[in-house]
Write a protein that binds this ligand. Structure first.
Ligand SMILES: [Zn+2]
Ligand SMILES: [Zn+2]
Length: 215
């Protein structure tokens, strides 16, 4: 697999290019900034972008969907619960509505779709080989905010438990560079992410009050 992490824009967003070395097709995750640079990177690697995959639909993850789709014809994949956002607020609309447990094929690669709501209703993590792209659900040593319209801290608690059950060796690739390192692993997050170390939803809700330093 070819996997590139690109920091773009002004608020530390990470975009990802997932490329299949055999078919030379690729997915672009969360295009929102510097679309020419993203497409240029794909071109340098000899990759044709065929899919746009969205972890969720906040503008800092989707606002370049239009130019990328116009340039490539790539189909926009997003969890079903985020479809209305794209359609009504941030067009172009989505093409494929994803469900938890679904998957997308990029050439010979299979990207598995994990629904992890909490930051937003359709927030999702994308699992391909030993990589987990986590959007704004999980940052290195922190988690995404749960005080936006559509956020739900109780759902976030359940999503954390779902991610904690994944294999320790998976490398996590977050939606923003907010931590001490650009990537981490599930095992390291179990040890170093304080939001992962609480056992009850009540404790978790107390931690995610707005005056806490949640990102
Ligand atoms: Zn977000
Ligand atoms: Zn974000």
């Amino acid at each position: 697999m070819i996997l590139r992490q690109l920091q773009v824009g002004s608020i530390g967003n990470f975009n990802y290019l997932i490329g299949d070395p055999d078919s030379r097709t690729a997915a672009l995750v969360d295009p929102a900034w510097e679309p020419e640079r993203l497409l240029g990177e794909a071109g340098k690697l000899g990759l044709t972008v065929t899919h746009i995959l969205l972890t969720h639909c906040h503008s800092d993850h989707v606002q370049a969907n239009g130019p990328v789709k116009d340039a490539t014809g790539a189909a926009i994949h997003v969890h079903r619960a985020e479809f209305p956002y794209l359609k009504h607020f941030l067009p172009p609309p989505g093409d494929v509505a994803m469900e938890d447990g679904g998957s997308v094929r990029i050439g010979s690669l299979e990207v598995r779709w994990l629904h992890t709501p909490g930051h937003s209703p359709g927030s999702s993590c994308l699992w391909v080989e030993n990589a987990l792209i986590t959007g704004d659900t999980l940052f290195v040593n922190s988690i995404g905010r749960t005080d936006f319209p559509g956020s739900d801290p109780r759902e976030m608690f359940a999503s954390i438990r779902k991610l904690r059950a994944l294999p320790d060796h998976l490398t996590i690739y977050p939606g923003h560079h907010y931590g001490p390192t650009p990537t981490s692993t599930i095992g390291e997050q179990k040890r170093h992410n304080r939001f992962w170390q609480v056992d009850t939803v009540e404790e978790f809700l107390a931690m995610t009050q707005p005056d806490n330093d949640i990102l």
